[in-house]
Design a protein around this ligand. Structure first.
Ligand SMILES: Nc1nc2c(ncn2[C@@H]2O[C@H](COP(=O)(O)OP(=O)(O)OP(=O)(O)O)[C@@H](O)[C@H]2O)c(=O)[nH]1
Ligand SMILES: [Mg+2]
Length: 414
């Protein structure tokens, strides 16, 4: 997708509606992906079909129509909302004279543009090479299926083999380098665990507002943009909770439906960093019509990463954009916020505190005047946020460990 002369690529999008997923919202997402890769989108075409055409993905007639449309609009790129086999891609290129890219290639391209850290670059290159080798493999099979003979042997085939060998060597060396980085990271992690540092991971669908939330809660200064996959590298910052406890907040790469599995594999260690957190914040764009589906994508990716046991808070973000909160789907432990306007943070932070393992809770207590003596003990063992005198006794708003609260549980009012 990189043009040497930095001309904006002018794209037509094409998808097949086979009933597997909502083709219209998927093509709308593809448009966002294309824009995030720097292309401008001139038109999109969706064809209803039972299954993709094995030779040309869409029907050949449709491909010819697209070619004519591309000529009229002066488009130079055709992006498919699905994965093309190498032969489909070649056939469509021959029929249209356009550069043809599929969904996985597009996402890989965006990741390649965004990778800045050395680890991010290694991960993206690994994903790209795994993608490429899987396609070379396909071509190899195709050639051997032709039954050998003229055109299937000779330099062509051996070049393919040497390409494959070369790529495989590079994949092995990338994997070794990444292992080293991971080892260092797991050392940092175990040091953190030993020091009792609690980690909270911000995960969720891409563009949901994870980095905006990170910036609003800490002064991380992470890049937040209306672009898909603005963040690739994890950033960690300390956050002080209202009960004065310090935790580590981690912002990381976003998820998307049908995330190419080469990327999941390559980014596994980064994603596991999130998965190993004590609490996961699943940030969602509550104003998106696909909100519910997007939450499910994140939940199933988290399951794949083996962290279905970690407590999750579903953080419905961008609530400033929706007039009626009741229209937003809710899940277990849901809070409503606007990261942009800074609303709903009290509830979010309270929810985080209440899920933390060492059990500090914020409560209100009414201490009768007859037991006024316990106030000095409470002041010593807890954080008192406010104190007021009422007709029935002293009203305290405080945070303390459960063991402390248990001693005075008769005085807790809520
Ligand atoms: N209206 C509104 N916009 C928001 C809110 N939170 C984030 N945004 C916007 O949503 C866009 C994406 O925000 P990011 O914080 O970059 O999202 P992200 O989840 O980190 O995205 P990736 O890193 O790309 O996965 C930006 O244009 C933000 O300004 C919010 O509460 N309300
Ligand atoms: Mg981000």
């Amino acid at each position: 997708m990189h043009n040497t002369d930095e001309q904006i690529e002018k794209a037509i999008l094409a998808g097949a509606d086979c009933g597997e997923y909502d083709a219209d919202s998927s093509i709308a997402e593809l448009e966002e992906l294309a824009k995030s890769a720097g292309a401008s989108v001139l038109a999109s075409v969706v064809q209803k079909r039972e299954r993709p055409n094995p030779a040309t993905y869409l029907g050949e007639g449709k491909i010819t129509e697209i070619k004519e449309q591309a000529e009229a609009l002066e488009a130079n790129l055709l992006i498919f909302d699905g994965d093309l086999t190498p032969s489909q891609q070649r056939n469509i290129e021959n029929l249209t004279d356009l550069k043809v890219v599929d969904r996985t290639e597009l996402i890989l391209d965006i990741f390649a543009r965004r990778a800045h850290s050395s680890e991010g670059k290694l991960q993206v290159e690994l994903a790209q090479l795994n993608y490429r080798i899987s396609r070379l493999g396909g071509q190899g099979k195709l050639l051997s299926r032709l039954g050998g003979g003229i055109g299937t042997r000779g330099p062509g085939e051996s070049k393919l083999e040497s390409d494959k060998r070369h790529i495989r060597r590079r994949i092995n060396s990338l994997e070794r380098e990444l292992k080293e980085v991971e080892k260092r990271r797991s050392l940092t992690r175990s040091r953190r665990e030993k020091n009792g540092v609690t980690t909270i991971a911000i995960v969720g669908y891409t563009n949901a507002g994870k980095s905006t939330l990170m910036n609003a809660l800490t002064d991380a200064g992470v890049l937040a943009q209306d672009k898909l996959f603005a963040t690739l590298d994890p950033t960690a910052r300390t956050l002080t909770l209202p009960d004065s406890r310090k935790v580590l907040l981690v912002d990381t790469v976003g998820f998307i439906s049908r995330l190419p599995h080469q990327l999941v594999e390559a980014f596994k260690s980064t994603l596991e960093e999130a998965a190993n957190a004590d609490i996961i914040l699943n940030v969602c764009d509550a104003s998106s019509p696909d909100c519910s589906d997007n939450v499910k994508v994140t939940v199933s990716l988290l399951e794949e990463l083996g962290c279905s046991e970690t407590p999750v808070i579903t953080v419905m973000n961008k609530c400033d954009l929706i007039p009626e909160l009741y229209s937003v789907p809710t899940f277990k432990n849901t809070v409503f916020i606007s990261a942009k306007e800074g609303t709903g943070f009290d509830k979010l932070l309270d929810e985080i505190s209440s899920l933390l393992p060492d059990n500090v809770h914020r409560v209100k207590m009414l201490i009768p005047f007859s037991d006024g003596g316990c106030i000095s003990a409470l002041r010593k063992y807890s954080t008192v946020h406010s104190q007021a005198f009422t007709a029935d006794g002293t009203l305290l708003d405080l945070s303390a460990l459960d063991s402390v609260l248990n001693t005075y549980k008769d005085y807790i009012i809520h």
